[in-house]
Write a protein that binds this ligand. Sequence first.
Ligand SMILES: [Mg+2]
Length: 230
Amino acid sequence: MKLLIFDIDGTLTHLDGSTHRAFARAFKESFDRELITEGLKLHGRTDPIIFKECHARAGLNGDWLEAYEKFKPVYIHYLPEAISQNPRARTKPGVPELLAALHDRRDRCALALGTGNGEAGARAKISFFNLDDYFPVGGFGDTHEERYLIMQDAMREAEQYYQTEFDLQSVWIIGDTPFDIEGGQAIGAKTLAVATGGAYSYDDLVAAQPDVVMHDLSDTTAVLRALDLE
Ligand SMILES: [Mg+2]
């Protein structure tokens, strides 16, 4: 049995700034301050850590974690609206077809999420595209800063849910940034990099030395073949 752990942003979904808009709106409403993200490194970082930086940049005093707890439900509230109002928000090419094909092979592969998003935000994003049912479990950015710890969470949760012990040689991390690849390599899993995120090119991803690199996930047969699930 294989375990496929998917990143969300840039891998499954193209949200075209919807996340940022919901984040900024919730930040403004929660603290009456503008969100300042210029020059802030967003890719590969978890929601809480991005918030922590923004909290500091806005000159807010007090405990950032406490502020994050206040901010989070507001952000989750605005997220679906920000996505639905964005005509360019969509799933990445081939994603619905690939997930359907993997679902058909559910006796041979299990699915999980592995993302820096908090769980509620992650669920809001994928349920908008009706992909939620494919991912009963995952590792999320709520509890960890480090990608590999999120991947470990995803694996542990999947082992409990699917009642299976996954051999690391059968665990794949699928993501659009070198951070996904490094996280996967750190736990000893296989890695598939897909250059649909926009921030990292095909060559950038090759440099991270994943097991497989693809331009996109549009060729279902090719992806299944790469994962040995044809
Ligand atoms: Mg991503």
